[in-house]
Design a protein around this ligand. Structure first.
Ligand code: MLT
Length: 214
């Protein structure tokens, strides 16, 4: 990053431009707790080969670990902070999209764990910002989410059946909240835990490939 970047872009991030002929959607990569903006970049080859990639760092530190928003305890979110941080991240995404020529509403968020939870919060707070999301190891971001229109938004949920932090009832509630607001939600469950599952990601890649770029 250079000193010429607008203030909203002064967040550590990785940007990889699209390669000619890339067919899939551009990706907004959101890492998990203790991760960095570099973690998920290798997923580009599988999920949307050659696509533009924007990968910001979560700016909250918890015991030295980067996150996208504060939590009060494991699995207990500070919803006010979540909402504020989702707004900040949306501002960053808007500024970066303009700086890097990514068309509005085309990014698909790919979040892991904490990254998936801020992705859900962005969908709910900024419903026209994203084309869709792949939520991996995803929880319910808000007990009572705002009433928004998510029609035209595709959401893939890749949760593990043996995830000690995410019971099946929570995955079902997340899907219910998003569907109730008009999102098209596809569950891609796997037999593992709180993790990226290769089989589930391959299924996600096929579905992402069918999301036409405008
Ligand atoms: C995490 O460890 O990141 C949690 O599972 C999810 C969160 O706190 O957002």
């Amino acid at each position: 990053m250079s000193g010429d970047l607008p203030a909203t872009l002064e967040r550590p991030h990785v940007f990889v431009p699209a390669e000619p002929g890339a067919a899939g959607p551009p990706l907004l990569l959101l890492h998990g707790t203790g991760g960095s903006e570099h973690d998920l970049v290798p997923l580009r080859n599988l999920l949307s080969p050659g696509a533009a990639v924007l990968s910001p760092r979560g700016m909250v530190l918890e015991g030295g670990m980067s996150r996208f928003f504060r939590r009060l305890a494991e699995g207990v979110f500070d919803e006010d902070d979540l909402s504020r941080r989702a707004d900040e991240l949306a501002d960053f995404v808007t500024a970066a999209s303009s700086a890097y020529s990514i068309a509005t509403g085309t990014l698909v968020a790919v979040g892991f764990s904490n990254g998936s939870n801020i992705a859900s919060a962005m969908l709910l707070g900024h419903p026209r910002l994203l084309r869709g999301a792949l939520l991996v190891a995803a929880m319910v971001p808000y007990a009572s989410p705002p009433t928004v229109d998510l029609s035209g938004v595709d959401v893939l949920v890749s949760n593990g059946e043996r995830d000690p932090m995410i019971p099946a009832s929570m995955t079902a509630e997340l899907g219910r909240q998003l569907r109730e607001r008009g999102a098209h939600v596809t569950d891609l469950p796997h037999g593992g835990g709180h993790q990226l599952d290769p089989g589930s990601l391959r299924r996600a890649a096929k579905l992402l490939g069918s999301l036409a770029r405008p």
